[in-house]
Design a protein around this ligand. Structure first.
Ligand code: NAD
Ligand code: DAU
Length: 331
């Protein structure tokens, strides 16, 4: 298998490449990544001699066409991924997430290459707090932020290219990932690295918003499974029954890091902040037999905290930059 991984220097993509090298050592892996602020090439250090790394954009039609033509399959992680940034400057999100996906689809159509498109539960909008309802593959898209609107747009393009042009594509929509190598702008790494630097966690608004946490390796195992055994044209929701409020997550971080339970601050809320995400992953479990391996969030979180404690050189510079942005945004 000659596999092209877009966005393979970011959080989920890099963990995917590391895991694929471990579990599918015979696959030849090429990473296409624009190496934006969100990438960290050192994440790929353990495998850098075994993969091919191309620095470039998924929005570059010629480059994408050439690379797609030389691979059997593409897993498409590349995206601008942070909601707060999309509220500040939406254009890069449109360019990478919409135009980039379009370029990839056209190349896949020309070359008959298998595509797996990695997407998010945020395309479905949000659910009420305390409502037993969860997202399923039948939930209509209803995105709230510029980020989620561009991801929903990319999902719709993939579906249309499947139906109209018969490309061999699957889609997955996953819930909030946590684990090692996640950019420090994101909720869990921001709080963990803050505590390591003596800074109190920051909760948007009341902290009641709920996210459905899944370990990044569980997400990536599902992606490999869908790539190998998923049915083209189908969408699969990926989630590990990990619903927790942001307040509960901060309480666990403080406890695991030996800080008092009230050692956090409330900061102004994110505009349009989605209340709750929750995934029903019955289809993935029933059809492909996927099960998460990280079933105790507390253990996965403790291991993640230890990873950030052990790897300050991985995050220190990025944290200075992202905290400068947060200071400007007042969050
Ligand atoms: P990330 O921001 O950590 O990484 C994104 C990577 O894409 C970076 O390496 C960046 O350099 C690269 N990139 C950005 N623009 C590019 C371009 N034009 N061309 C090529 N590469 C480009 O994001 P992540 O959290 O790893 O998310 C990866 C994918 O998974 C995204 O598609 C995201 O929508 C999806 N997703 C994320 C989560 C989550 O919780 N983080 C959950 C579900 C789905
Ligand atoms: O649901 C999947 C999505 O999860 C992915 O598609 C996105 O790429 C990914 O960034 C993530 O989106 P969220 O907006 O849910 O993640 P974020 O880490 O930014 O925030 C998680 C929650 O924590 C959210 O309710 C906002 C809140 N938050 C965030 C930060 C950075 C805080 O309370 N304080 C903070 O400092």
């Amino acid at each position: 298998m000659r596999l092209l991984v877009t966005g393979g220097a970011g959080f989920i993509g890099a963990n995917f490449v590391l895991r694929v090298r471990e579990t599918r050592p015979d696959w030849q892996v090429t990473v296409l990544d624009a190496v934006t602020y969100a990438a960290n090439l050192s994440s790929l250090d353990p495998v850098i001699d075994d993969i091919h790394l191309v620095k470039g954009s998924v929005a570059d039609a010629d480059l994408v066409d050439d690379l797609v033509g030389r691979h059997d399959a593409v897993v498409h992680f590349a995206a601008d991924s942070h909601n707060d940034n999309s509220l500040d400057d939406p254009w890069p999100f449109v360019e990478t997430n919409v135009v980039g996906t379009y370029r990839l689809l056209e190349a896949v159509r020309r070359h008959g290459t298998r595509l797996h498109h990695v997407s998010t539960d945020e395309v479905y909008g949000d659910l009420e707090l305390g409502d037993p309802q969860r997202f399923t593959e039948q939930t209509p898209v209803n995105p709230s932020s510029p980020y989620s609107a561009t991801k929903a747009s990319s999902d719709l393009l993939v579906r249309a290219w499947g139906r109209s042009f018969g490309i061999e594509a699957t889609i997955s929509n996953c819930s909030n990932n946590y684990g090692p190598r996640q950019h420090v702008e994101k909720f869990i790494p921001r709080q963990v690295t803050g505590v390591l630097e003596g800074i109190r966690p920051k909760l948007y608004g009341a902290g009641a918003n709920v996210r459905d946490w899944i370990h990044v390796d569980d997400h990536n195992d599902a992606v490999v499974m869908i790539l190998e055994r998923g049915t083209p044209g189908e969408t699969y929701l990926i989630g590990a029954d990990g619903e927790m409020s942001n307040r509960e997550v901060v309480a666990m971080i403080l406890e695991l890091m030996g800080k008092p339970a009230d050692w956090f601050d409330h900061v102004p809320d994110r505009p349009g902040h989605d209340l709750r995400y929750a995934i029903d992953s019955t289809k993935l479990r029933a059809e492909l037999g996927w099960e998460p391996r990280y079933t105790t969030f507390r253990d996965g979180l403790a291991a993640t905290i230890e990873w950030y404690r052990a790897n300050p050189e991985w995050w220190r510079t990025a944290r200075v930059t992202s905290e400068t942005t947060y200071a400007r945004l007042g969050r």
